[in-house]
Every structure is written in structure tokens, then in C-alpha cells.
Design a protein around this ligand. Structure first.
Ligand code: NAD
Ligand code: DAU
Length: 383
């Protein structure tokens, strides 16, 4: 088969029936909320294995929506994937499901290879069978296709930047440093290969660090919020000067929406928040917001409360810790009109407010097998 070429025809695609893998996790759930709010007549089927990171409570706001269905299952189950694509007449796969936490990939990399590489390959095989190989498939030309496979990837595949390097662009060479990043890189290459080899109509987005409601508190921002509320140490790896480009989760959903509808098939788009911050800046901002919204109890009545920032504790660095990530989002901005809507100041405040207002959600998460991880990751972490 000759290699497919990009044409502007792909900008006319309109998703109607979506399979969202990993929709019970942090970004997947936010995406499902976003989609059904903006496109209430669409069908959204979530496929999620409900690992430690998956939580049905994340989907509670949409559970009674007529277009919504939840399927408890594994992306590595080929028959299930084929049946869902066929029975639900899925036209769009938005593939979030993954093992997503770098520290866990340092402790136990196998699950990352299994889910991120083999699981993605399984979905690709299923999509190829249903969309391209069945007798009903009218055309093998992806440009005229009425299907989309959108793969969610990460900026971590590009490795680490020096202080003066330009941000990662879509042309930056892959140089993954953690087992997590390597497994995501592997899955990206498989998605690309299914386009180049078989013409599977796909797009990929590589985004920076998301934050917002429903994020599992193994990740920096919710971990810090919950530790503040429990008066626990706030663990800072190394010198706290590693830099991430923070992206409010709803802005990520907006970027995916633009790609699904207007993105060129076979292309990758980087999505960032244009918001580089050191970990110390992030943690100090969270502490300052909590000092204002939920001040600590003063030790004695004649003292004013101490800042949560006094709980900061420097601990041993993460092995292979990438120093700096930054996204050059000029391609998605110039081609698809993407502009992040949320400033860090308002996004982080909204996030802290959400965790304060959803203490039941936090308690439920903490009760579910969370303490074991905290003990495993932080017990021998003195700097
Ligand atoms: P998450 O860990 O919060 O959620 C992952 C979801 O996938 C969970 O609901 C889990 O149950 C499900 N899942 C895991 N293995 C599965 C399997 N075998 N079958 C079916 N479901 C399975 O992750 P997240 O932070 O929401 O990340 C979503 C995607 O975005 C991932 O692909 C991740 O690599 C990517 N990403 C995340 C960030 C970020 O900042 N969180 C940034 C860039 C890219
Ligand atoms: O860049 C995108 C990536 O962002 C995604 O691909 C990953 O799925 C997502 O988990 C996230 O990876 P990070 O490793 O950047 O996120 P994390 O929240 O784990 O850490 C953010 C920074 O904070 C990082 O420099 C490590 C540091 N950190 C993290 C934890 C959990 C600490 O200093 N202390 C901590 O306890």
C-alpha cells in the first residue's frame, strides 16, 4: 500500500460515537465530562479496567446521561475491543488508558510495558480489523475515512531539556528516560506504524503535566494538597528546581477536541500550558492558597497560624529525574487555533478549591490501597 498523504479533507471530521479508554482516570474522566457537556447528543462509551488509578466516582456526574455507557474491561482483551467497536458502531477512539505514574514505573516497570505497549497494540489491531479489514469497509484511504484513532501521549517521550533549550516541538527526537516514558514512546511508534503501514486513520497528541479535579494523589499537586490537609511532610525530590509546563486539564480536552475535528491524519500535535514552573513554585503556590482558604490551627491561641510551607521536606531524588519539560505548542496554535484558556493562578486556585470541596472523594481514594504506595515510595527517601 502506498503511504497516505495529508490533505485538508481530514479537517471535516465530526465524531459521534466515541470509545474513551481509561475514562475513569484523571484526564479521561475530565474528557468525558467535557465531551458530554459540549456535545450532549453524542455517544460516549468508556472502557476502563478500574486499576488503582481508575475510579467510577470520577464519572458520577455523567452516569445518568443517556449517551453514556461504562464498560469494565481491559484494553488488552482483543475480543472485547472488537465487539465494542462493532456493536457500538464506534467512529472515534480516544485512547487514554495507561499506567501513568513515573515513580511506579521505577518500582514496577512490567505493568507499563503490558498496558502501554501491548494494550495499545491490541486496540490498534482491533481498530484495524473493524475499520479497515471488514468487507463493509468502503475504502482503505485514511483521508476519506470516517474513523479516528486518537492516541494520548506525553512530553516525557522527548526526554529532558537544559535551562536554555527551546521547548519540545513535534520534530524533537525521542529520548525517553523512565520506563514509563519509554513505554509511551513505544506505543506512539506503534500508532504511527499502523498509519504508515495499514492506513489506520490516526492522530497523536503529546502534552505536558496536567492538573485539575479528579487527579489521583500520587501526582505532585494533589499529593501536596492532601498532605497539607493531613499535616504531613510535603516531599520535595532533590532541590525542587525541576521544571514542568503545567496544563489545566480542561485546556488539554480542548486541544484534543480541536485535533479530533481538524487535525491532519498521521500527525502529532504537542499541547502545553505555556506555563513553566519549578516544583518549589508550584508547592509554595498551593501552600499559599491553602493558608488563605483553610489556615492551619495555631499552636497556641496567641500565635498566628504557620504557613503550610513549613511542612516542606527535601527527600532523595527520583532516579533518572528529568530536569525540565517545556512544550512548543506553535503547531497546534497556528494550525488548529489552540490557545490555553486557564491561567495557572486561576487553574491552581480552582483545583485547590475542588479538593477542599470534595473531601469524600479524597477519603475514598485514600482508603483504596493508597497507603501501601505511600509507604513503598516514601519510607526510605531521606535526602
Ligand atoms: P490515570 O492513571 O489517572 O488514569 C489511567 C486510567 O487508565 C485509569 O482509569 C485506569 O483504570 C485505566 N487503565 C489502566 N490500565 C488499563 C487497562 N489495561 N485497560 C483499561 N483501562 C486501564 O492517568 P491520567 O493521568 O489520566 O493519564 C491519561 C493518559 O494521559 C495516559 O495515557 C498518560 O500517559 C497521558 N498523559 C498524562 C499526563 C498527566 O499529567 N497526567 C500528561 C501527559 C500525558
Ligand atoms: O509531563 C507529562 C507527565 O506528567 C505525564 O506523562 C505523567 O503521566 C504524569 O504523571 C506527569 O509526570 P511527572 O513525573 O512530571 O509528574 P509528577 O506529578 O509525578 O511529578 C511532578 C514533579 O514533581 C516532578 O519533577 C517530580 C516532583 N515530585 C513528585 C512527587 C510525586 C516531587 O518533588 N515530590 C513528589 O512526591
Amino acid at each position: 500500500m502506498s503511504e497516505p498523504k495529508n490533505t485538508p479533507h481530514s479537517s471535516l471530521f465530526t465524531p459521534h460515537c466515541l470509545l474513551v479508554t481509561g475514562g475513569a482516570g484523571f484526564i479521561g474522566a475530565n474528557f468525558v465530562h467535557y465531551w458530554l457537556k459540549n456535545y450532549p447528543d453524542d455517544r460516549v462509551v468508556v472502557l476502563d479496567a478500574l486499576t488503582y488509578a481508575g475510579n467510577l466516582a470520577n464519572l458520577a456526574p455523567v452516569e445518568n446521561h443517556p449517551g453514556f455507557r461504562f464498560v469494565h474491561g481491559d484494553i488488552r482483551d482483543y475480543d472485547l475491543a472488537v465487539n465494542l467497536l462493532q456493536d457500538e458502531k464506534i467512529d472515534t477512539v480516544v485512547h487514554f488508558a495507561a499506567e501513568s505514574h513515573v515513580d511506579r514505573s521505577v518500582h514496577s516497570p512490567d505493568a507499563f510495558v503490558d498496558t502501554n505497549i501491548l494494550g495499545t497494540h491490541n486496540l490498534l489491531k482491533a481498530a484495524k480489523k473493524v475499520w479497515l479489514d471488514s468487507p463493509q469497509s468502503s475504502s482503505h484511504s485514511p483521508q476519506s475515512s470516517s474513523y479516528r484513532f486518537h492516541h494520548i501521549s506525553t512530553d516525557e517521550v522527548y526526554g529532558s531539556l537544559g535551562p536554555d533549550d527551546p521547548g519540545f516541538s513535534e520534530k524533537t527526537a525521542y529520548a525517553p528516560n523512565s520506563p514509563y516514558a519509554a513505554s509511551k514512546a513505544g506505543s506512539d511508534f506503534l500508532v504511527r506504524a499502523y498509519y504508515k503501514t495499514y492506513g489506520l486513520p490516526m492522530t497523536i497528541s503529546n502534552c505536558s503535566n496536567n492538573y485539575g479535579p479528579y487527579q489521583f494523589p500520587e501526582k505532585l499537586i494533589p499529593l501536596i494538597i492532601l498532605n497539607c490537609l493531613e499535616e504531613k511532610p510535603l516531599p520535595i525530590y532533590g532541590d525542587g528546581l525541576n521544571i514542568r509546563d503545567w496544563l489545566y486539564v480542561e485546556d488539554h480536552c480542548l486541544g484534543i477536541d480541536l485535533i479530533l475535528k481538524n487535525g491532519m491524519l498521521g500527525e502529532t500535535y504537542n499541547i502545553g500550558g505555556n506555563c513553566e514552573k519549578t516544583n518549589l513554585e508550584v508547592v509554595n503556590t498551593v501552600c499559599a492558597i491553602l493558608d488563605e482558604l483553610k489556615p492551619r490551627n495555631p499552636q497556641t491561641s496567641d500565635l498566628s497560624p504557620q504557613s503550610y510551607a513549613s511542612l516542606l521536606t527535601y527527600i532523595k531524588d527520583r532516579p533518572g529525574h528529568d530536569r525540565r519539560y517545556a512544550i512548543d505548542a506553535s503547531k497546534i496554535t497556528s494550525e488548529l487555533g489552540y490557545v490555553p484558556q486557564k491561567s495557572f493562578a486561576s487553574g491552581i486556585r480552582k483545583t485547590v478549591e475542588w479538593y477542599l470541596a470534595n473531601q469524600d472523594w479524597c477519603q475514598n481514594v485514600i482508603d483504596r490501597n493508597y497507603q501501601k504506595w505511600i509507604e513503598q515510595n516514601y519510607s526510605q527517601s531521606e535526602s
